[in-house]
Ligand binder design. Structure first.
Ligand code: XUL
Ligand code: CO
Length: 440
């Protein structure tokens, strides 16, 4: 087997004082944190598409990245080489999970039959590699947005034959994910949205989307897939407005189509910021509604509002994100998928290592800060005391529906006293977070 990264050794934990660049300063896979190892909590995944498929092109320029696994004329062999590169990369990085789209893994071919043949072929190869290297699929998905047939959407296309074609892909990709023992399956809306209301029947398209999501959930149960189904919200890009805009919009869709029990959310940092939310707020909303499933971890650029998919590099931001996730018990089938790509000018294969190693350390350091906040309970004690009034008979009677608006009005008149609101202590809370980050 060819090595694509032969100058790189396996990346190990070396502690915060190491001088080595390709070493972990904080990510110590077997370190116990909140009763589990770091690796078990984070379930870090490398995504196939950005690292092994993307050539570095952008809207203004051509490829900048030379991917040596593509120097092969036989197309199936080319995809087998790509698989070798992916497995070498994740094993050297020391992480356990991969994520992929159907057509990242196998060539699409020129007919549905060829698509199926190629996918089955590559699933066999991947299954073998996963076994040999003790790796797992965090989630699989289908790319129903790149091919020109999907230019007006997949499930929300005006043409039912395109709907059927997307169903064909999702059926195959979900079956493949199940056969590979994947922990989850993602539906990202791709082009499920519109560019102008002038040519769009929104009510019709929403009905189609609801039907599609229902068909996928039914099929999941039919084949006995035990993993989780996730929807990945994104407000726009590629379309002007997407139907899965953010966590709250997807929650409304799930309720409308009676699918709340079937889907959780795969929340992506850069998608939340495009929707105008901080990532922590988006996660908090999902947790409050029992919808958190998995995380696509990346970041945008604060000045240019598009999906730059950069690797996370701020412990200040990430500590809040991880605290929010872990104070609600962490992820079950989900993990942290690096849906992130190196910059177009980072055209050495080594840049992929620098990117992942640095970002994994950011996650690990942030997890330690989250642990400190959860264990010292200063923030959660503050919340408990702020809301303690709801434990009194007045509070519980209100929430249990035992009092009417008139009862409350009478209570206020009889009680006749002004409430002195206590401090919300935001600055103190923010100091407590920084102290947890700075703690050795
Ligand atoms: C696009 C995006 C996708 C999904 C999977 O912005 O995030 O890569 O994660 O289709
Ligand atoms: Co994503």
């Amino acid at each position: 087997m060819v090595s694509y990264f032969n100058e790189i050794d396996k990346i190990n934990f070396a502690g915060p004082d190491t001088e080595k660049q390709l070493a972990y300063r904080y990510y110590d896979a077997n370190r116990m944190v909140l009763n589990k190892t770091m690796a078990e909590h984070l379930k870090i995944a490398v995504c196939y598409w950005h690292s092994f498929c993307w050539h570095g092109g952008d809207a203004f320029g051509a490829a900048t990245r030379n991917l040596p696994w593509e120097a092969e004329s036989n197309i199936l062999k080319r995809y087998e080489n790509k698989l070798d590169a992916a497995i070498e990369f994740v094993t050297k990085l020391g992480v356990k999970y991969l994520t992929f789209h159907d057509i990242d893994l196998a060539p699409e071919g020129n007919s549905p039959q060829e698509y199926q043949y190629n996918l089955n072929h590559m699933v066999d190869k991947l299954g073998q590699k996963l076994n040999d290297n003790k790796l797992q699929v965090l989630w699989g998905t289908a790319n129903a947005f790149s091919h020109p047939r999907y230019m007006s959407g997949a499930a929300t296309n005006p043409n039912p034959e395109i709907f059927a074609r997307a169903a064909f892909q999702v059926k195959n990709a979900l079956t493949a994910t199940k056969n590979l023992g994947g922990l989850g399956y993602v539906l990202w809306g791709g082009r499920e949205g519109y560019d102008t209301t002038l040519n769009t029947n929104i009510a019709q398209e929403l009905e189609q989307l609801g039907r599609f999501l229902t068909l996928v959930a039914e099929y999941k149960h039919k084949i006995g897939f035990k993993g989780s189904l996730y929807i990945e919200p994104k407000p726009c890009e590629p379309t002007k407005r997407q139907y899965d805009f953010d966590a709250a919009t997807v929650y409304a869709l799930l309720q409308k189509f009676d699918l709340v029990q079937e889907y959780k959310l795969n929340l992506e940092a850069n998608h939340a910021t495009l929707a105008g939310h901080s990532f922590t707020d988006e996660i908090a909303y999902a947790c409050a509604n029992n919808l958190l499933g998995s995380i696509d971890i990346n970041r945008g650029d604060a000045q240019n509002g598009w999906d730059t998919d950069q690797f996370p590099n701020s412990v200040e931001e990430m500590a809040l994100v991880l605290y929010e996730i872990f104070r609600h018990g962490g992820l079950t089938n989900g993990g942290f998928n690096f849906d992130a790509k190196v910059r177009r000018q980072s055209n050495s294969l080594h840049d992929m290592f620098y990117a992942h190693v640095g970002a994994i350390d950011v996650l690990a350091k942030s997890l330690l800060a989250a642990e400190e906040l959860i264990v010292n309970k200063r923030l959660s004690d503050n919340i408990s005391s702020r809301y303690s009034g709801w434990q009194t008979s007045l509070g519980s009677n209100i929430l249990q529906g035992k009092v009417s608006l008139e009862d409350l009005a009478k209570f206020v008149v009889e009680n006749n006293k002004e409430v002195n609101p206590p401090s919300g202590q935001q600055e103190l809370c923010e100091n407590i977070v920084n102290q947890a980050i700075w703690k050795k």
